[in-house]
Design a protein around this ligand. Structure first.
Ligand code: FES
Length: 119
């Protein structure tokens, strides 16, 4: 684990197909919103920015999955993304991707490998 890793949340805060945890991070363009979700046991994190129009995905804070719990969905125009890769498979921007964020789960916690803080 990198020395500058930071805890986002406890592992128990991310249920499979459940609510995501939002956090903020710095990317090349400055501070950016991001989120983590759990899908089929694995934790994934992405910049919270739709590949269609650069808006946040969640309808209400932390609601990223569609009703089937199989896709991440953008609340604005309904783009559907694979949780495990961020690839858009349906909606206005098929073939585009969410930007993934380096994340690690260990010792019952979820770590971001740079500098997040909660929102
Ligand atoms: S802004 Fe996300 S689908 Fe259009």
């Amino acid at each position: 684990m990198a020395d500058d890793a930071r805890v986002i949340c406890a592992s128990s805060a991310l249920q499979d197909g459940g609510k995501g945890v939002r956090f903020r991070m710095r990317d090349a363009g400055g501070e950016a919103p991001a989120f983590a979700v759990r899908f089929r046991g694995q934790v994934y994190a992405y910049i919270n920015r739709c590949a269609h129009v650069p808006v946040e995905l969640d309808w209400t804070d932390g609601d990223f999955f569609d009703y089937s719990k199989l896709y991440l969905i953008c609340a604005t125009h309904g783009a559907m993304y694979l949780p495990e890769s961020g690839l858009c498979v349906q909606g206005p921007c098929p073939g585009k991707r969410l930007q993934s964020v380096p994340i690690e789960e260990r010792d019952g916690q979820i770590f971001f490998l740079k500098e997040p803080h909660h929102v």
